[in-house]
Design a protein around this ligand. Structure first.
Ligand code: AMO
Length: 434
């Protein structure tokens, strides 16, 4: 639009055109107010019925809530107005009327169920809280990219339609690819390794991963955003260092650049970036600590995965982010390297937030023969992965990396109850549209 002024920028003495949604109408009799909302904020438009043309008053006050209007008029200082200024309209144009019945209340005064909000995302994102989450999400992704660049990593994009899965067969979404069986990719795992083995050395990717998860829980999605890193000449300690730096950078950027959003989410007071270095416990220490909390009915023994209740108990005990290292080899995937001096122990690690797992990673097995043995141990056919294992014949350096769930990072950062709050259009077992 020509010469449109944002609500927050309209200054007394100016003649402006503001455009946005009718947030509220207040008719006090002789005088009435229309509160107009745009991306920058809100502004009051004043209608003095006696002093203004009837059709102007009718158009302005006849526009239902959430209709889109353009108002041209003079801006005047008015200390009783919500933002200290108001527009005295000369013309009002309804650009897009809204139905009188709204499926949810964008002012947020009447709470709506999450499913109603997700079905009507456009309206939902007109609420300050909804919008704040996605502004923070954008800032997190910006900061993460900058942190990776500062660690010499190059952004890559790898295929999402693939011939083989990497993270367990039951979680694969099959598709038909010109008559052949194919899958939606569960992780950029093999591709990021293949690029780290080139001269590029350090890479990162921010992209979708697809998991046909059976769980329909507040922290699982069927399409999630994975933030992945892979670095040549890195071991698992180096990978954890980069992971810690990226997570801290995301929090610091939000603390610095998202004050208004934190305010809208009621987090401004308590929001604090986590303090590095994050403690690093071995798996063995972790299960001992969980057992010592007494939170589980049955004591964990070596080789058990950490159950959700155990993760929570340990999270309460530690009280901040922490790594769990040196997992049993048998519960980590084939591409994770085991310790040479103890093959039952892997270099795999997880980064935990007190509420849940955020990251898995590890040093990778770069020795071809051992990698192929790993496939066989995991019941996978090495032939299906030849595109990957072949490259290990031609100088694959030692390397390590990790994958961070983008929505889980946001969910824990912003204390969201449900991971779906951190995705615009979530995919779960019930939800395929919008
Ligand atoms: P993993 O399978 O543990 O590891 O996934 C890494 C991280 O991705 C997030 N995540 C999910 N978030 C929401 N819903 C899901 N269904 C979901 N699945 C995973 C979690 C998890 O910690 N290739 C390895 C990573 C690596 O070693 O580099 C991998 O994919 O936050």
């Amino acid at each position: 639009m020509d010469e449109r002024t944002y609500a927050a920028e309209a200054a007394p003495g100016e003649e402006v055109t503001v455009a946005g949604w009718v947030h509220e109408l207040r008719d006090l009799g002789g005088i009435a107010f229309l509160i107009l909302r745009d991306t920058s904020g809100r502004i009051q438009v004043k209608f003095e019925k006696e002093a203004m043309a009837d059709d102007l008053v009718e158009t302005g006050l006849g526009a239902h809530r959430e209709s889109v209007v353009a108002v041209t008029g003079a801006v005047e200082a008015e200390e009783r107005a919500p933002t200290g200024v108001e527009v005295v309209p000369e013309s009002v144009e309804v650009l897009a009327p809204a139905d009188t019945e709204l499926p949810l209340d964008p002012s947020g005064k009447v709470e709506a169920e999450l499913s109603t909000r997700l079905d009507n995302r456009t309206l939902d994102l007109r609420r300050a809280e909804g919008q704040a989450v996605f502004e923070v999400r954008a800032e997190v992704l910006r900061a993460v990219r900058a942190a990776f660049r500062a660690h010499d990593a190059t952004e890559i994009n790898t295929p999402k339609i693939v011939a083989t899965g990497t993270e367990g067969g039951t979680e694969l979404f099959p598709i038909t690819y010109f008559g052949r069986e194919a899958f939606m990719n569960q992780s950029p795992q093999l591709f990021k390794q293949l690029v780290a083995g080139s001269n590029v050395e350090r890479v990162f990717e921010i992209g979708p991963i697809f998991r046909a998860e059976e769980h329909n829980t507040p922290r699982h999605l069927n399409e999630a955003t994975s933030i992945d890193f892979e670095g040549a000449f890195c071991d698992h300690h180096d990978a954890m260092d980069v992971c810690e730096a990226v997570v801290v950078a995301a929090y610091e950027a939000v603390a610095e650049n998202c004050r208004d959003q934190l305010e809208a989410l009621d987090l401004a007071e308590e929001f604090e970036p986590p303090e590095p270095p994050f403690p690093r416990f071995t798996y063995e220490d972790a299960i001992d600590r969980v057992n010592a909390t007494g939170a589980l009915d049955e004591q964990l023994v070596w080789g058990d995965d950490l159950p959700t209740e155990g993760e929570r108990a340990l999270g309460r005990d530690v009280g901040g982010h922490y790594f769990v290292t040196d997992w049993p080899a048998e519960i980590k995937p084939f591409y994770i390297m085991d310790h040479d001096d103890d093959p039952d122990l892997s270099t795999g690690f997880d980064l935990m937030h007190p509420r849940m797992e955020l990251v898995s990673g590890g040093q990778r097995e770069h020795r071809r023969e051992r990698l192929i043995e790993g496939f066989e141990r995991q019941g996978l056919e090495p032939e299906a992965f030849e595109y990957y294992t072949e490259m290990f014949r031609y100088g694959m350096p030692p390397h390590a990396g990790w994958g961070l769930g983008g929505e889980r990072l946001l969910m824990t950062m912003l204390e969201l109850d449900n991971i779906r709050e951190a995705v615009l259009f979530p995919r779960d077992r019930q939800r395929l549209s919008p």
